[in-house]
Design a protein around this ligand. Structure first.
Ligand code: CMP
Length: 138
């Protein structure tokens, strides 16, 4: 297992003023930010990033949501990063997310769920490289 994961603070959380609260949860949990940007995904970016979900009924809604406003994307470093970050963010559906998790605190619905976290080391590397050039990672 590698020590990095990739995250996005999604448009709902940015709109609702939760960038600071979420970054505080992330750094307080021991994750080090090694890359970060404030940006807005194009339709093409979002379609490609979520290509694995292209056959799902919510794909169009997901692309529209993820492109409707700016996001914060970041690469995070910590021992056991992927697994520990998924524990910190909580279940995809905020009604099922544990107390104290980022999604329990900040998500509004299963679709608008405040944050992304990579689901494997392999995807963490792919997703990080999709968003950041090597020279943007410190
Ligand atoms: P995430 O797990 O980060 O990546 C896939 C995203 O698809 C997920 O977050 C949600 O934002 C979205 N998603 C998953 N299930 C649904 C659903 N049933 N309806 C709408 N969006 C969904």
């Amino acid at each position: 297992t590698t020590n990095r994961t990739f995250t996005m603070i999604k448009p709902d959380a940015v709109e609702n003023g939760h960038i600071g609260g979420i970054l505080d949860k992330i750094t307080s949990a021991g994750f080090k930010i090694v890359a970060m940007k404030y940006t807005q995904l194009s339709k093409r970016d979002a379609q490609e990033f979520y290509a694995v979900h292209s056959e799902r009924p919510f794909y169009g809604e997901l692309v529209d949501f993820m492109t409707r406003g700016p996001i914060v994307s970041a690469i995070l470093e910590k021992d056991n990063a992927v697994e520990d970050f998924r524990a910190l963010i909580g279940a995809t559906n905020p009604t099922e997310a544990a107390e104290g998790t980022i999604r329990k605190l900040y998500a509004t619905s299963i679709g608008e769920n405040a944050v992304h976290g990579s689901d494997s080391d392999e995807n963490a590397a792919i997703e990080g490289a999709f968003h950041f050039a090597g020279r943007e990672i410190y």
